[in-house]
Ligand binder design. Structure first.
Ligand SMILES: *Cc1c(COP(=O)(O)O)cnc(C)c1O
Length: 337
């Protein structure tokens, strides 16, 4: 029996080429700014997105939380969709790290619009927290990999400019969004004050995320990273995996999307599946007649690992380590349930 792990795109292991790049990395003490591989990764990522500077961090949670800290003051409020990772899955860090409250919107699959944001910006009044930041997520994890296009983002960026709000992108899966929409990474820098990019999701690095912003923000971000305990020393061994991922694993995301699309189509034919959320990228969300836990147990017996996001909802995520044979096998199994 083969095993297929569809729980998350974080479960990938480094490829032989990536390991080779890690072994041979030139390193130094990054807290002194002397790790040339970390410096190269930061410069490469910033340039790709048309931003001035970048900082390498252990996780996407840290890059998001640092961005929120950089773009707000205590007593401020940020606006995000109610599904937002920064709100739901970062342990309450917005309040803990930044002393900021969160205004939640009800977007469509986690996607929010300028109109929705405009009506939730607080007026100048001492009763109200000061609205200072908007956070978008692209793709939206809990939305089932749903995507913003730049056309959708432009009016939001204009609103933020007019109302003096910062705009941050949780781009944990931004390359999946770019693969789907055809937008260019370099154009993102025009619209966002901060961009967080995960290297350890679909890109397949074992560890790491980068936060991109202007030079002054990144200078301050280095203080925040240090106080959070994220100042790493010879981190170039890990950053080398990030550079390798940006060079070799961006183009192939299309394969993950094609695999997710096949799974979505097959699931839609299954009598035990009541609904499949339209597949855009590498995440398939679907609802089940039986409780999700019962279905997950049957899948596990067949060597297929997945997760549930609700009592009757299951999530499949495709990635680098899910090959065509694995997808064929999952199709066979779901048809037989
Ligand atoms: C995974 C993820 C992150 C960051 O997660 P870490 O595990 O801390 O790297 C941030 N935002 C979204 C939408 C994610 O899916």
């Amino acid at each position: 029996m083969i095993t297929v792990d569809l729980r998350s795109d974080t479960v990938t292991k480094p490829t032989p080429g990536m390991l080779e790049a890690m072994w041979s990395a030139k390193v130094g003490d990054d807290v002194f700014g002397e790790d040339e591989t970390v410096n190269a990764l930061e410069q490469k990522a910033a340039e790709m997105f048309g931003m001035e500077a970048a900082i390498y961090c252990p996780s996407g949670t840290m890059t998001n939380q640092i961005a929120i800290k950089c773009f707000t003051q205590p007593l401020d409020e940020l606006i995000a969709d109610q599904t937002a990772h920064v709100y739901r899955y970062e342990g309450g860090g917005i309040a803990f790290n930044s002393g900021v409250s969160t205004r939640l919107l009800n977007g469509y699959r986690g996607l929010i619009t300028a109109e929705m944001i405009a009506s939730e910006i607080n007026d100048e009044n001492i009763h109200y927290p000061r609205t200072s930041l908007v956070v978008l997520e692209n793709t939206v994890n809990k939305g089932g990999g749903s995507c913003y296009t730049l056309d959708h983002i432009k009016p939001i960026a204009e609103l933020c400019e007019q109302r003096d709000l910062k705009l941050h992108l949780d781009g944990a899966r931004i390359f999946n969004a770019l693969a789907h929409t055809g937008d260019k990474a370099v154009d993102y820098g025009t619209y966002f004050d901060g961009i967080s990019v995960c290297l350890s999701k679909g890109l397949g690095a074992p560890v790491g995320s980068v936060l991109l912003a202007d030079k002054a923000t990144i200078k301050y971000a280095r203080r925040i990273r240090k106080v959070l305990g994220g100042g790493m020393r010879q981190a170039g061994f890990l950053a080398a995996a990030g550079i390798y991922a940006l060079d070799h694993h961006v183009e192939r995301l299309k394969i993950d999307h094609a695999h997710a699309s096949i799974l979505g189509e097959e699931l839609a034919q299954c009598a035990w599946v009541t609904n499949v959320i339209p597949v855009e990228t590498n995440i398939v969300l679907f609802d089940t007649l039986e409780p999700a836990a019962a279905v997950l147990a049957k899948l596990a017996e067949k060597g297929i690992k997945a997760s549930s996001t609700d009592t009757h909802r299951i999530r499949f995520v495709t990635h680098l380590d899910v090959h065509a044979e694995g997808v064929e096998y999952v199709v066979e199994v779901v048809k037989s349930l």
